[in-house]
Design a protein around this ligand. Structure first.
Ligand SMILES: [Mn+2]
Length: 334
């Protein structure tokens, strides 16, 4: 166990958040639907921090826990607040959500509770009573690490591993970090000192994939279309393939990494038909592109970051492809 050292570029933590943590005894920590490693690990480490302070904590997630790298996380999360616990008027802390609908269908359960938001998305809606939003932070685990530092909480080996996992997940295993961000590596140095293993995080993120996941990856790569002189690469998964391979076989990060490395490529779009008239669309943009895919996703009612975002389109696959191409044309051709 070590105490985190002083770090550069400390994000300012609102004093109302620290006061609310100190003045409450009970906490509900919620994260977004279709949770990812940053969200779940942030919830878990904030939970263990509050437990260390002698507080009672309930972790809540809408799930599903289908993504390969988080498949063992279900056991740590509830899907409802125990009624007796809600009566104690806990502080509700919402993690990694830029809009209130991201915790759906859990929003009803926290009605009437004071809410605090801890997030790192640049766009979204202003909601919650206390807001700790730091768009420059690469992961929410980075913000949780700073909260631990301010509260003077030692980082256990398990928490160090979880904080590193969240950071690795939201940086594409550190590939998306530009120049001039030493604070990230100072955090990694502290976590390494506390026993975190990048090798183990890498294995959790990219290892032990099924043979079928590579078959699906091959299929998606081979059908990719080049548009706008190769500046847009688009691929898709049909309803039948979605049913056949399922979420568990999906290796989206490998797909994006492969396509983003293609010469001239600026934007990658991956459309998945999940119902007869509903498609999920993922957007990624290349390191040197100025296209903001967070804005593109929000014009479809979705959200995310400048370089990685997603949206759900209530239409069939063919219509979704056309709608996406038409919208992206405005950004790429302007
Ligand atoms: Mn995140």
């Amino acid at each position: 166990m070590i105490k985190p050292d002083k770090l550069l570029h400390n994000p300012p933590i609102p004093k109302e958040l620290i006061e609310a943590i100190n003045s409450h005894s009970n906490f509900v920590i919620l994260g977004h639907k279709n949770p990812d490693a940053d969200c779940l690990n942030s919830q878990l480490v904030l939970g263990s921090t509050l437990t260390y302070l002698g507080k009672e904590v309930v972790l809540l997630s809408p799930g599903p826990f289908d993504r390969h790298e988080i498949k063992n996380y279900r056991e740590f999360f509830h899907d409802t607040i125990p009624p007796d616990f809600k009566k104690t008027n806990p502080l509700a802390i919402i993690i990694d959500c830029s809009t209130p609908d991201r915790i759906s269908p859990l929003e009803k359960q926290i009605e009437g509770l004071t809410t605090a938001i801890i997030d790192h998305h640049a766009s979204g809606t202003e909601f919650g009573d206390i807001r700790f939003i730091s768009p420059k932070a690469f992961s929410v685990t980075f913000l949780i690490f700073h909260i631990m530092k301010v509260l003077d909480i030692p980082v256990s080996k398990l928490d160090a591993q979880r904080l590193l996992f969240g950071l690795a997940a939201d940086t594409g295993f550190f590939r998306h970090i530009p120049e001039g961000r030493p604070e990230i590596f100072e955090m990694i140095a502290s976590l390494s000192d506390a026993g975190a293993s990048p090798k183990d995080v890498y294995h959790t993120m990219y290892g032990e994939r099924s043979f079928n996941s590579k078959k699906l990856l091959g299929l998606l790569l081979s059908r990719t279309e080049r548009l706008f002189d190769g500046r847009l690469l688009m691929t898709w998964e049909t309803l039948d393939e979605h049913t056949r391979f399922g979420e568990k076989e999906r290796d989206s990060e490998s797909l994006y990494a492969q396509l983003l490395s293609v010469v001239r490529c600026e934007v990658v779009v991956y459309i998945r038909q999940e119902k007869e008239t509903s498609c999920t669309v993922g957007f990624r943009t290349a390191a040197n592109s100025s296209v903001d895919v967070g804005r593109i996703a929000s014009s479809f009612g979705g959200g995310g970051h400048k370089k990685a975002s997603g949206a759900t389109l209530e239409m069939n696959l063919e219509k979704a492809k056309t709608a996406v191409i038409e919208l992206i044309a405005n950004y790429i051709l302007s």
